[in-house]
Design a protein around this ligand. Sequence first.
Ligand code: ZN
Length: 637
Amino acid sequence: MEQPRGVEQAAALWTAQDGSQQVFEQLVNDYYCTTDSARQALYESLSRIFENVYQSADMLTVELLRPTQLTNAAEPQAPDWIMSGYSPLAHFSDDMFANKLAFITIINFPHYTLEEKNTLGRHWSRQEWAYARMGDVFTTRVPAEVKTRMAQVLAEAENYIADYNIYMGNLRTEDNRQLWPEDRVLLSHWNLRDELKALYGAENGQEKQEMIYQVMQRIVNQTIPQSAINSNAVLWQPYSNQITKNQSPITNAPSEPYTRYARILDIAHAYFAEDPFCPTAPTGIIRNFEEGVEIPAAELDSLFRALVGSEQVAAVASVIRERLGRDLRPYDIWYDGFKARASLNEDELTAQTRKLYPDADAFAADMPRLLTQMGFAADEAKAIASRIVVEPARGSGHAWPCLGRKEDTRLRTRIASTGMDYKGYNIAVHEFGHCVEQVLDMYFIDHYMLSGVPNTAYTEASAFLWQHRDLNLLPNGKINDQMVNGKMVNDEVLDQFWSMYEIMGVSLVDMSMWQWIYAHPKATPKELCEATQQIAKDIWNQYYEPVLGEHDCILLAIYSHMVNAPMYLPNYPLGHIVQYQLEEHLAQCKTQAEFAQEYKRIYCLGRLTPKEWMIQAVGQAPSIDPILHAVKRTLQK
Ligand SMILES: [Zn+2]
């Protein structure tokens, strides 16, 4: 007789340590549900258990992190730092396999592949979706020591990136001029990129941009002298690569020994170690895209290539060329001149937001008003706001989601003693957009197993949707077309398009690099360095050289996330795609109240697959067509 699907999947994860074949058969006999009502009762019970476990563990983590994360808590001591790396759920999966609860879950709630969820799921009821999500809880059985190894190599990659500073005051042109002040230190690649963006229109801006570009290439191809990294002991001429120490030139200064690629390979080896324990998703690539992002890598790849290869690229590039009054250079992928808000009077706005929000409590007290201004009814606004706690963060602002219905979601913001400045307000509204999403798809949703969003891109879309309306949300802010009709216009559209063009190219390099790594599991750091450059060149030559010039440019491989966050980059362009489609859809609402209700309906869909979520939200799978059409319309004006 053919075995039920879940029983087969459980058998694949069963090991000799779990017991004999007979023990397994007895377990199936005892716990396999033969009626719908028994299965539903089991579902309810498991759902309650998962909610309690996840939520309690999260509440403990929040408490343990308080000193290191918040300014209104005790000064962090050594034990607080140690416990900040502690994970209460590190052994949860092992424990559940040991006490057999994982097997009971699997035999009754089988795992469905992404492909099945996207096809069969079209006809599933909400309950069937919830059952399918329960089938995603225990799909792998990675031993704790293998998981620990992954955490270790990720932490090492993080430290490597966090300490990769360039002392700009120590850079010299070939004729020995210093372009930056002594104390200017920039972290690669984020600060370097932001500096490059800020140099548009600055005096001698282009000379500095060219030098940053030169530094970036030396980081990618690892010809950067080791002594020039995170140190101000030497002077460095990035073009000739000459190093000078105490006025004497150093010959043959050693280059960085492919450390960048060694860190990536450490992560790859940690993936390889996990692979045998993941029968339904046997590679890191499959786990990241089919189980994490839940869009197959190949699908994202062709979505991105369709945009970077579109005819709109050349058209937008010629607008930029006209505005800059020169031929484009490779680093113009970061052209910053489309920012529509350059005309804002930031000082005036800061005066207003400081008065409005002297501290975190003032922002918390104002949340119901923000929600009603967005169109929510007063009682609903109050109910949503009552689940959001505002806390003063030590670091940058962020939103901390709740994992159960006894827990609040947390909006962390950084407020100076003088009050919240406009930039802080803009970020706080972004984080508020995350929090509202988190409350809706936890407290207003029908099944706990469906709480949340398909992936990070979808919560970012909500955050951007709010952030985009920050001015309208001020007490005297206009409730005008912009609120309902958040459609981006003119420069905003071009800005959105150009940043998609940039980040999609970077994502394509990241994705292709991981394909190469899996095809060459024994590669050395040097070989990976060469392969990554070749991948970056191929993508550049096909999609970027035609408008930005420079054959064989390797700039697209500079992103630090390629090192410390494997395959994370594709989430960024996906977030832009989702946001744009949502804005177009919500623009059809006639009133602010209708807008809020539609936004709420969409964010109560929960954790469907990204594709099914979009179809149910806006009637169309993730697509680049809306932004391409908008660019065309904009350029025709
Ligand atoms: Zn965000």
